[in-house]
Design a protein around this ligand. Sequence first.
Ligand SMILES: O=c1ccn([C@@H]2O[C@H](COP(=O)(O)OP(=O)(O)O[C@H]3O[C@H](CO)[C@@H](O)[C@H](O)[C@H]3O)[C@@H](O)[C@H]2O)c(=O)[nH]1
Length: 471
Amino acid sequence: MKYSIKKPKMIILVPYPAQGHVTPMLKLATTFLTRGFQPVIVTPETIHRQILSPGIKANDKILFMPIPDGMDERTPRDFFTIEAAMENNMPRHLERLVVELEEDGEVVCMVIDLLASWAIGVANRCGVPAAGFWPAMLATYRLISAIPDMVRAGLISETGLPQHLGMVSFLPNQPPLSTEELPWLIGTLAARKARFKFWTRTLSRSRTLQWLLVNSFPEEYYIEDDEKQSQLLKSSNNGDGHHLPLALPIGPLCNHSSDTINPSFWEEDMSSIEWLDHQKPGSAIYVSFGSWVSPIGEAKVKSLAMALEALGKPFLWVLRDSWRSGLPIGYLERVSKQGKVVSWAPQMEVLKHKAVGCYLTHCGWNSTMEAIQSQKRLLCYPIAGDQFLNCSYIVNVWKIGVEINGFGEKDVEDGVRKVMEDKQIGNRLRKMYERIMGDEACSRVMSNLTAFLDNVKDGIIHKCPINDMCS
Ligand SMILES: O=c1ccn([C@@H]2O[C@H](COP(=O)(O)OP(=O)(O)O[C@H]3O[C@H](CO)[C@@H](O)[C@H](O)[C@H]3O)[C@@H](O)[C@H]2O)c(=O)[nH]1
């Protein structure tokens, strides 16, 4: 009798190489694993080494495959050097890897972070169906998708520069943003234009996809009025009349798998938890600005350091080495009884700790969802990219946080007082928790994932529908 060995159905996941992108992709990979697929995560070699370094716990059933990105140790890893590596070096290595993997099994789909949209062309050349992954709020994707409309309406120029000053509603049913807060407006004029180009290219590549898995909860847009709500969901899947992929909220992918993984790029300082154990419930401020934003400058770090000290409350501050030069001389010794400064914390455990009363955050999307999952009040200091829109939702739509505009002693003191004293925030956080973690939200996420994976299994998911747009 002849036995045939069943080959695994592989799903290749291609994240953008940054912590806030790899983290949700790894959670998605774990979910695919529990549904019987073999996930393969492809990252540049440097990230691969970080994820799998000793002390970092990863799931051994997920395949992690490194590819060269052509950057040597001396090249600074910033947005533009990574973009050049992704566009010029990584496609051929990924293509070779996909061909090799196909010799071992069936690659049924590639799930590609839209910020790594270069990989869509690879999927197409290899004849593998591709789906998009959006690591942030659907609202941010809608904003990017509305770029052609914004240009037509004269809100921004052809190169993405705002044509008006002040607060503008760029989309119906979204909180207004200042024209300086659009996601691509970071750095010098040349950098802003280059980032805008990045986004328009991302948008045009995303139009070739059928599905977009969004790392956000199904009721991100929830408003009390049913009629308006259904119009809103329609508009989030319509765009400007051009094809846009079907957006499926599948976040926050927190409790949908029993297999926990820790995809930290850096070793977590577990003494953070021990330190929190010695603080009174609700007394401590957790401070972290994520993994990706550039240092805010020595003057701001110094100002925040002084403000935290003056506040007299316990604080746990994640401060990466590249941010530390702003600390006043002797600061760490001076505050050692009041505060703790670490390079990298076990953030989810910190946020869940009962000693943490509020979280001073840059409003990165993963941190925002983790704070809601832990029901922690937010003190918001957005710095770049999507963080302004996230902040606007936190402060103006969900009303679970307070924004501060600077790190003067008074700014921080007033902000902490407001956010801690607002009695309604606790109730709203409980409601938000229910909205994103409750049974109904979880079952909607599960059925979205099932619908997607059924299509993948049946091979119904399209290869590129519009060939000349796929590379
Ligand atoms: O000491 C720390 C600090 C952070 N984290 C984790 O790192 C992730 C940080 O993600 P996020 O809050 O999204 O911030 P960034 O790393 O800055 O992420 C980038 O990517 C996000 C998703 O696209 C965007 O929303 C952000 O604006 C962008 O800066 C979270 O899961 C945290 O739990 C830790 O584990 N330990």
